[in-house]
Design a protein around this ligand. Structure first.
Ligand SMILES: [Ca+2]
Length: 469
């Protein structure tokens, strides 16, 4: 069913809004399939985590790149317009997905990219954390991860010790897409807990391993976490040259070879195409093996795109009409693409405006698998399976982001942005681009949201374990 049909969309603001679903009403997901089995056999899970993919990068979000296979995934399932990565950077979102709670519960170092170098640094997600993958493994699932971890740099802080039977990929935040050397000049391509270098382009290797994993485990329930490094720098497509070599610190030259620094986009485009092909290969493998109708596929980004990088690189990603970019708590930093696909179980062609966050997939996946939640871990995410399967709306809740002194609160259409002593308030229903600061007009609301933020900050200080302080 996946074709090479292209859907280039001209990009006006109105087209963007229509394509992104903002002009089709405010209802929850419109429907669900009748007769969804209340006691299905345990479904498989395939989770694509794309790195730094912006809200305006891909076709089905009205973006600039041609992504026929991702678009087809969206047409066959639900495309979320108000989905948010837990953080505006890689590690925060990843730890939230793995644990189902706000990353801030793990301390300040999980509010930004976790610092370190492959095989060297002791930073990482604590082993006491119970991951969604451990939940599934304890429930009889085969578990595989292929891709970027960024939650620990050396054993034992690795995927192999957080529930994954099989792991290939990079532990650090970025490796050269061809040479697999991290920015400190270390080899960073692992097979479980050992360095095991492979030749090939990162997205291709990760996809090939994922397809092999599906083939090997087609006879049992499985969970596949395909965490692409694309479209994170170094900005290298399959046909761009390798850049980093071993033994040199690439910290000041980590972006790849970019002949025209004012136009990074051709390299990014090649990376997006590699992700689009990966979606095609994985869905084809599911279909070929008769697994598509028993597999929930999630496609999401870990944070917004870079529009520019410092004063040097320009025309990288697009976040559409959203303000800001990766690293910021404006919408461009954390409102990202998310698609959920499950043919036969989730109705096709849905555009959903409910507010969802990365950490919601923890309780959702556990619920769909019929697996119990961890007894001793605080789960902040909410189970969205009634939304996915039955179109039920999610109870109104307040959502929070914090990266150092930059903080944000979302309640209904309202978005409070706090940067040090500066306070801004936006109504996203009228002002998605966060241009009109209403803080001085809505002082009572600012007071309420500021109070909610303070309460939340106190709560996350209590850590991730129930009973801990
Ligand atoms: Ca990222």
């Amino acid at each position: 069913m996946f074709t090479n049909r292209t859907s280039k969309i001209n990009f006006s603001r109105r087209d963007f809004l229509r394509t992104a679903g903002f002009l089709v009403g405010t209802a929850a997901c419109p429907g669900f399939l009748k007769g969804a089995d209340s006691q299905p056999k345990r479904p498989n899970f395939v989770v694509f985590m794309i790195d730094d993919l912006g809200y305006g990068d891909i076709g089905c979000y009205g973006g600039w790149a041609e992504t026929p296979n991702i678009d087809q995934l969206a047409q066959g399932g639900i495309r979320f317009t108000d989905f948010h990565s837990n953080g505006p950077m890689c590690s925060p979102t990843r730890v939230a997905f793995m644990t189902g709670c706000y990353q801030n519960r793990f301390g300040r170092k999980f509010e930004s990219a976790l610092g370190g170098s492959a095989g060297v640094t002791e930073n990482g997600m604590p082993l006491e954390a119970e991951t969604i993958v451990e939940v599934l493994k304890n429930h009889g699932y085969a578990t595989g991860m292929f891709g970027k971890w960024h939650l620990g740099y050396k054993p034992p802080l690795t995927p192999a010790n957080q529930g994954f039977d099989e792991y290939r990929g990079m532990l650090s935040g970025d490796g050269d897409h061809h040479s697999h050397i991290d920015r400190s000049g270390n080899k960073d391509w692992w097979h479980n807990d050992r360095i095991e270098m492979e030749k090939g382009y990162t997205a291709t290797l990760l996809t090939d391993h994922s397809v092999d994993f599906i083939e090997k485990n087609k006879g049992q329930p499985f969970c596949l976490y395909l965490a692409h490094l694309a479209i994170h720098f170094p900005w290298q497509g399959p046909d761009d040259p390798p850049h980093r070599t071993e033994g040199k610190n690439w910290g000041n030259d980590k972006w790849g070879i970019i002949p025209d620094e004012k136009n990074v986009r051709p390299h990014v485009e090649a990376m997006i195409k590699s992700v689009d092909r990966s979606v095609q290969c994985v869905v084809d493998a599911l279909e070929k093996n008769g697994l598509a109708e028993n597999t929930l596929v999630v496609f999401m980004s870990d944070n917004g795109g870079y529009i520019r990088y410092g004063r040097r690189f320009e025309n990288i990603s697009s976040n559409g009409v959203l303000r800001g970019e990766k690293g910021q708590v404006y919408e461009g930093g954390h409102r990202v693409p998310c698609i959920v696909y499950w043919p036969g179980k989730i109705k096709a062609n849905q555009v959903c405006h409910e507010k969802v966050m990365t950490m919601d997939f923890f309780p959702t996946i556990a619920r769909l698998a019929g697996a119990p939640l961890p007894a001793r871990q605080k789960i902040d995410g909410v189970d969205i399976s009634p939304l996915l399967m039955k179109g039920q709306r999610i109870n109104e809740r307040t959502m929070f982001w914090r990266k150092g002194n930059a903080k944000a609160v979302r309640r209904g259409p309202w978005k409070l942005v706090v940067k040090g002593d500066d306070i801004e308030l936006y109504n996203l229903d009228d002002d998605l681009g966060e241009e009109k600061n209403l803080a001085t007009e809505k002082t009572e609301l600012v007071f309420k949201l500021t109070k909610a933020l303070a309460k939340w900050e106190k709560e996350v200080e209590s850590g991730f374990m129930i009973g801990s302080m």
